[in-house]
Design a protein. Structure first.
Length: 276
């Protein structure tokens, strides 16, 4: 039965699962693996696990081989070239006054292509910049525009929770996040408290949104009048986790009441007029 190991391509980056095949690998071993971008060198960062229990019913790419001295030297040269390309690219961007922000440079392990990642507010004409890079480095250059969320994913870091950014550690795709999710969870709408390092709404707002949507279906909304065992009043706060609402009673008293003890307000029936 196959074994699964976790491989990191960048320090503190996301961990990817690979089939170790016949190799007996330990933490810290450097391996070559085949990815969507071709062959890449990574570091084993987990102990081997049973494939059936680790990733049931999922096919994994296999480790190609353990990296040798030649592979490590090639990786080092690629890293040096990436730094050189980055510095030269930034210089040309400044000189040509191109409205773009350089994020990172990545060279494929086989040296077949260099990818330049950047952010910009709109479309950018970078044709002359590409000519400069090709003329200097004599290789294929690809310019790839990314969003600020992908920029944070590439750089990584710590979130306000003190943990590594979700996008850099385990998220595979970005889900849409709206301000309504923060409102439904009764969170402060202060941008500094609900925004991530990228400046956009935090991805973790989506994690519990489904629960809040389901839990709030049968709970009276804020501002609605309700009837309780303590009298009639108006809902002024909700706590969906505790399943209670705070009601401002007609008597002027505020009470925290379980949603089970709250019912829809019924207007009192008008008394029939007395006949003479």
């Amino acid at each position: 039965m196959g074994k699964v190991i976790g491989v990191q391509f960048k320090k503190h980056g996301r961990v990817f699962d690979f089939d170790a095949g016949a190799f007996v690998l330990q933490r810290g071993d450097k391996v070559l693996v085949e990815t969507e971008n071709g062959m890449m060198l990574g570091v084993v960062c987990t102990e081997s696990r049973n494939m059936r229990s680790a990733v049931p019913g999922r096919e994994l790419r296999k480790v190609f081989r353990v990296a040798n001295e030649g592979d490590l030297e090639k990786f080092y040269k690629n890293s040096v070239l990436e730094e050189e390309v980055y510095a030269y690219c930034q210089e040309r961007i400044n000189e040509r006054a191109i409205p773009m922000c350089l994020v990172a440079v990545e060279r494929f392990f086989d040296g077949g292509k260099i990818i330049v990642y950047f952010t910009a507010d709109g479309r950018v004409d970078f044709r002359e910049l590409v000519k400069d890079l090709v003329r200097r480095f004599r290789t294929r250059i690809e310019m790839r525009q990314i969003g600020v969320r992908h920029e944070a994913k590439m750089f990584g870091g710590l979130g306000s929770c003190g943990r590594q950014l979700c996008c850099a550690s385990f998220l595979q795709t970005f889900s849409p996040v709206s301000i309504k999710m923060a409102k439904d969870q009764n969170l402060s709408l202060n941008p500094s408290k609900i925004s991530g390092m990228c400046g956009r709404l935090m991805c973790c707002l989506t994690y519990e949104h489904g629960y809040y949507e389901e839990a709030g279906k049968n709970v009276p909304k804020i501002g609605k009048r309700v009837s309780t065992v303590h009298g009639d009043g108006k809902v002024i706060r909700q706590n969906l986790l505790k399943r209670v609402v705070t009601v401002l009673l007609d008597s002027g008293e505020e009470m925290e009441i379980s949603t089970k003890d709250v019912s829809r307000y019924k207007k009192p029936k008008k008394k029939p007029k007395e006949r003479d």
